[in-house]
Design a protein. Structure first.
Length: 182
């Protein structure tokens, strides 16, 4: 969290934020007010986080997190790097990371059942990429690569996994549903 130990007030309201509040926020020992209204943030379900969160003033009730995977961006140009973070997995569990059903690596979840990693798309072609993490529970996140999107250069924690060439789901078919009555 850098040099924010004296931070007393944090307002992230009305921002397009989602996923679990990072456990690193528990290091903000002076934090008293944490305003979260207008976000899709959730509270990690472990007892240590719950005890810390209960000490804060927050005018907005937030739900406990379910197993999920979130990314820094949903799209970018081929060659982009995306940061991904999964929450509410079993602690200290081996996690398999796959893209479109093809394993790209393994990592361990941390003390809180979280996993963070980078996904490097250098050499990947345009298309859709469904990223999954399995570690006793399963979560997914979809990324789309297109030359018309800006390159992304996310920084983050954890290992870097590369998407192998030939992995893209190149076509998506959206067909109307037609009901024929008697």
């Amino acid at each position: 969290m850098g040099d924010l130990g004296a931070l007393r007030y944090l307002n992230v309201g009305n921002n397009p934020l989602s996923g679990g509040i990072p456990h690193a926020y528990m290091n903000l020992s002076q934090l008293g007010d944490f305003l979260l209204y207008g976000t899709a943030l959730c509270r990690p379900p472990d007892a240590a986080f719950a005890a810390w969160f209960e000490t804060l003033f927050s005018s907005y009730e937030i739900a406990s997190c379910a197993t999920s995977l979130a990314g820094s961006d949903i799209d970018g140009a081929p060659g982009s790097v995306f940061a991904l973070r999964g929450v509410v997995f079993p602690p200290h569990a081996p996690a398999t990371v796959a893209v479109n059903g093809r394993e790209v690596g393994q990592a361990m979840t941390d003390d809180y059942g979280e996993i963070a990693f980078l996904l490097d798309t250098t050499g990947a072609e345009e298309g859709r990429y469904d990223v999954t993490v399995e570690a006793g529970a399963r979560a997914a996140f979809t990324i789309r690569l297109s030359e018309g999107r800006p390159p992304r250069a996310a920084e983050g924690e954890g290992e870097t996994f590369a998407i192998p060439p030939g992995t893209a789901a190149l076509m998506e078919l959206f067909a109307p549903v037609v009901a024929v009555g008697p």
